[in-house]
Write a protein that binds this ligand. Structure first.
Ligand SMILES: Cc1cc2nc3c(=O)[nH]c(=O)nc-3n(C[C@H](O)[C@H](O)[C@H](O)COP(=O)(O)O)c2cc1C
Length: 336
């Protein structure tokens, strides 16, 4: 069983990767996950149309830092030419190690434009997009996808062939059918089958609830890596634990003080990023701290899950106007 995962020339130091999640996997969270053991991290979804125009808003979605490398730019779109231009811009930023193409987002706002899972109907277009990106940039390309639109009608073999024909370095499969969005079970049997058939590494994703689950999927199915999404929200230590399990080392769960340090770092980096976003969008910078608190809410509930007093903090949270006040309340709750 592999302990490292190789994608093109990149040797990852762990086969457990952080999934791209819009609204969650920003720079602040990714750098924490990477430090705590994720083998690679993916940006939030960025539009190729925005990126080719160097739209400040899109570039902000792609804010990244060298401490999180290897980091992949996760892009969505429908047009191979736009992908090519966007890939060249992504490469010129000088920070990304890889470009990942979204063919797995089932949200109508995206599929209406022919992007995300709409591309599952046009595998030859996926091949064209991969080819276009490869010819425009020197970075390895991966494709993130689904088994198909509806259960029982797999398109994944055509997508695998398209990815391989286009020259992709790996295929990432979220094992839920597009119709099921993020609910129901992920079909790991089909992920495993494609892993057997593929000539490139396959990374499996979907339904990992714990480090033990991640190791189980890596052991049971023919995958080079396992990608973790929601289970990492509030628990970036899942990567440390999965790595420890894989290598037979003990895992020491975070102390309340360590938990607090990570929460504080996350919120501080997020607040800095919100300040920059306010500047880009011409908003009042005075609101940036509050915007960071609001965006942090989903993470915070995850970080504090199961800790007595969280219910009360949740009721108060709307009235905690800035990161300092919020952190003081969290310190109180964690008794640090
Ligand atoms: C809030 C949220 C946002 C997501 N955004 C994206 C995205 O932008 N691009 C993408 O390919 N997948 C996206 N996903 C899907 C995840 O990458 C992953 O495939 C999915 O959550 C299954 O993994 P999990 O069961 O471990 O959470 C998102 C999922 C969630 C929950």
């Amino acid at each position: 069983m592999p302990r490292t995962l190789k994608i093109a020339h990149l040797s990852l130091d762990s086969p457990f990767l952080l999934a791209p999640m819009a609204g969650f996997t920003d720079y602040a969270f990714r750098r924490i996950c990477r430090r705590l053991g994720a083998g690679m991290v993916f940006t939030e979804m960025a539009s190729v149309e925005g990126l080719r125009r160097r739209s400040p808003k899109t570039l902000h979605y792609l804010e990244a830092g060298k401490e999180e490398k290897p980091v992949s730019a996760h892009l969505y779109g429908a047009d191979p030419a736009a992908f090519a231009e966007a890939a060249a811009v992504a490469e010129s930023l000088g920070i990304f190690d890889l470009i990942d193409i979204n063919t797995g987002c089932p949200v109508p706002k995206i599929t209406r434009r022919g992007a995300g899972t709409a591309l599952l109907r046009e595998p030859e277009k996926i091949a064209g997009i991969v080819r276009a990106v490869r010819s425009a940039a020197d970075l390895p390309v991966t494709v993130k996808t689904r088994p198909g639109a509806v259960p029982g009608h797999p398109r994944i073999r055509e997508v695998l062939r398209a990815a391989e024909d286009g020259g992709a370095a790996a295929l990432i499969i979220h094992g839920r059918w597009a119709r099921d969005r993020h609910g129901g079970e992920a079909d790991w049997e089909i992920i495993g089958e494609i892993g057997e058939e593929a000539g490139i590494p396959v990374i499996g994703n979907g339904g990992i609830a714990s480090a033990a689950d991640a190791l189980d999927r890596l052991r049971r199915y023919r995958v080079g890596g396992v990608m973790i999404g929601r289970a990492a929200i509030g628990n970036p230590w899942i990567f440390t634990e999965a790595g420890a399990l894989l290598e037979g080392r003990p895992f020491i769960p975070p102390t309340p003080a360590e938990r607090f340090r990570v929460i504080a770092e996350h919120l501080e980096v997020l607040a800095r990023s919100k300040l920059e976003e306010a500047r880009i969008r011409g908003r009042d910078p005075a609101g940036a701290g509050n915007a960071a608190c609001r965006e942090f809410y989903g993470h915070l509930v995850g970080y504090l899950y199961g800790i007595p007093g969280l219910g009360e903090l949740r009721r108060k949270i709307a009235h905690l106007p800035d990161p300092e006040t919020l952190l003081a309340a969290v310190a109180d709750l964690l008794k640090v």
